[in-house]
Design a binder for this molecule. Structure first.
Ligand code: ZN
Length: 160
């Protein structure tokens, strides 16, 4: 049975997010635990943004991929502690920038009093001279920003 949890990690580590296909669920910190409880194979996930339409797709992808390797899994959702954008891995943040999305600021930085430290950096030219255009970008979990230096619009992944 323990072997199965390892096998499941091998499969799920590669699984990508439906809305951000260049990021794995693991990069996003969505998959919290894989365990066996009373003969049930349970994958615990932390849903990202509440009401994110991708959630049911994520669940189907997880159970579907595990079924392919002979594992019938149940999904358990964990809401406490609630998912935080701080759980996105360093690698995930780098990949976001490569794809032109400004990654969420870490909580430590958001809590600093200094206004410049809270500024969103342009993923194209790395300028901090940016402004928010709209609360909602291409999806509900992103805001639309504009860079005042290179004039390019870009998405900023919201911080929670
Ligand atoms: Zn720019």
């Amino acid at each position: 049975m323990r072997k199965n949890t390892e096998k499941a990690w091998d499969v799920l580590r590669e699984l990508t997010d439906p809305e951000l296909p260049f990021l794995t669920l693991n990069d996003l910190g969505v998959i919290r635990d894989i365990k066996i409880k009373k003969d049930n194979f349970i994958v615990t996930i932390a849903p990202t943004y509440i009401g994110c339409p991708a959630l049911s797709v994520i669940e189907d992808n997880i159970t579907g991929e595990l079924k392919k390797v002979g594992i019938n899994a149940l999904i358990e959702k964990s809401f406490s502690p609630p998912w935080s954008s701080d759980w996105i891995s360093e690698n995930g943040r780098k990949k976001m920038e490569e794809f032109g999305i400004s990654p969420p600021l870490l909580k430590d930085r958001r809590n600093l009093g200094d206004a410049t430290s809270k500024k969103v950096r342009c993923p194209q030219c790395t300028s901090f001279e940016t402004e928010k255009v709209s609360e909602f970008g291409s999806t509900a979990c992103k805001s639309l920003y504009r860079c005042l230096a290179c004039k390019e619009p870009f998405d900023h992944f919201k911080c929670v």
